[in-house]
Design a protein around this ligand. Structure first.
Ligand code: DP6
Length: 318
C-alpha cells in the first residue's frame, strides 16, 4: 500500500509583522515577528509518492500550478536525498490569497506532511525552519496560540517558537472584504516596501514594539496588544505607500472598516485593527466584547461577511 501522510495547520495573523527580507532565497526576515494562530482557518494537506514525471498539486480538488510547491519539495530532496515525485492534495479552509495568509497554513501543513512521509524526527524547530523557506509566515503556523519568529541571521538561527501558551481571551473578527486574488503578492509587496525611505525606521520601531507586545501578552492586556498591533500594521502599510513604486492593499471598504473600528474604540469598546497583504481587516477585541462589537459591524456593513476567530492549535497529523 502506498503511504499517505496527512497534516493540518492553521493560519496565523501577525500582531508584529514580517514585512521584508534580509535574505530572499532563505526567507531571513528584517524583523522578528509575533503571531496568533487562529482556530477558524486551516489547511489540510496529504502527500504521497507518485510515478508521475513531476510533482503535482491538487488544491481544493483542482489541479493547480505546482511550481512553488515543487521548488519547496526540492529542498527536502537536497537534504534527504532524491526521492520520487510527490502528489500533494490540499484543502484550504482559508480564502486563498486575499490577505488571510493561506501560504502560512499551506506551507506549514505541507512541511508536517512531508516530515511524516519521509519519517523525519518530530522536531518543531526543524519544521519551523523548513516551513519558513516555503513561506516566511509558515514558520509560525507550526505552533498554536502565540508564536515568535526570531529573525536570526542565517538558516540555522531563523525559526519560530511557541511564545506563551495560555489563552488570554483574545478575539479576532475577520472582515472578509474580498476573497478574490490579491493584486500584489506579499513576496513582491515587501520587496517594494523595503525601498521606502522610512522603512529603516519602521524596522527599528518594530523591535521595540515586539518587546512591548510580549509584555502586553504576558499581562493579558488586550488594549495594549491592540494598540501596538494596530500601530505596527498601519506602519507596515505606510511603507507600501512610501515605496519607489507606491501601492496600497487598502480598498475604500478597508478604510471604512478601519475608521469604524477607531470610532468604536473612542466610544469605549475594545476594537483595534490589523491588515495583511490584502484588503481584509482583522478586528482585535476580547471575548467579553466580541458579540457587541460584531453586531455593530454587521449593522454598519451588512454587505461584508464577518468571522469570529480565537486562538487555534499548532500543526498536527490527521
Ligand atoms: C503581511 O509569509 O506570505 O502576512 O515569505 O514571501 O511567502 P513570503 O511572504 P508571506 O508574508 C506574510 C506577510 C504578512 C505579515 C505576516 O504574516 O507577518
Amino acid at each position: 500500500m502506498t503511504k499517505l501522510a496527512t497534516a493540518r495547520a492553521h493560519t496565523n495573523i501577525a500582531l508584529i509583522k514580517y514585512w521584508g527580507k534580509e535574505n530572499v532565497a532563505l526567507n531571513i526576515p528584517t524583523t522578528s515577528s509575533l503571531s496568533l494562530t487562529l482556530d477558524q482557518f486551516y489547511t489540510t494537506t496529504s502527500v504521497e509518492f507518485t510515478d508521475s514525471s513531476k510533482d503535482e498539486l491538487i488544491l481544493n480538488g483542482i489541479s493547480t500550478d505546482s511550481t512553488r510547491v515543487s521548488k519547496f519539495l526540492d529542498l527536502f530532496r537536497q537534504q534527504e536525498g532524491n526521492f520520487s515525485k510527490i502528489l500533494v492534495r490540499s484543502e484550504n479552509h482559508v480564502p486563498t490569497a486575499a490577505g488571510l495568509a493561506s501560504s502560512a497554513s499551506s506551507f506549514s501543513a505541507l512541511t508536517g506532511a512531508m516530515f511524516n512521509l519521509l519519517e523525519l524526527p518530530n522536531d518543531v524547530q526543524e519544521m519551523s525552519r523548513m516551513a519558513r523557506k516555503g513561506s516566511g509566515s509558515a514558520s509560525r503556523s507550526i505552533f498554536g496560540n502565540f508564536a515568535v519568529w526570531n529573525k536570526g541571521e542565517d538558516d540555522q538561527s531563523s525559526y519560530a517558537e511557541s511564545f506563551y501558551d495560555e489563552d488570554i481571551n483574545l478575539t479576532m473578527i475577520v472582515a472578509e472584504i474580498s476573497s478574490s486574488m490579491k493584486k500584489m503578492s506579499s513576496t513582491k509587496g515587501m520587496q517594494l516596501a523595503q525601498t521606502a525611505p522610512t522603512y529603516g525606521a519602521w524596522v527599528e520601531k518594530a523591535a521595540h514594539q515586539l518587546e512591548e507586545m510580549k509584555a502586553a501578552i504576558r499581562a493579558k492586556d488586550i488594549e495594549k496588544i491592540g494598540l501596538i498591533a494596530q500601530d505596527n500594521a498601519l506602519g507596515m502599510h505606510e511603507q507600501n505607500r512610501n515605496s519607489i513604486e507606491p501601492f496600497d492593499y487598502f480598498t475604500v471598504q478597508t478604510r471604512r472598516v478601519i475608521d469604524f473600528a477607531k470610532q468604536c474604540y473612542e466610544s469605549g469598546l475594545l476594537a483595534f485593527v490589523t491588515i495583511d497583504a490584502g484588503p481584509n481587516v482583522k478586528i482585535i477585541t476580547d471575548r467579553a466584547s466580541e458579540t457587541e462589537l460584531l453586531n455593530k459591524f454587521k449593522v454598519n456593513f451588512p454587505e461584508i461577511p464577518f468571522e469570529v476567530a480565537h486562538a487555534g492549535e499548532g500543526l498536527r497529523y490527521v
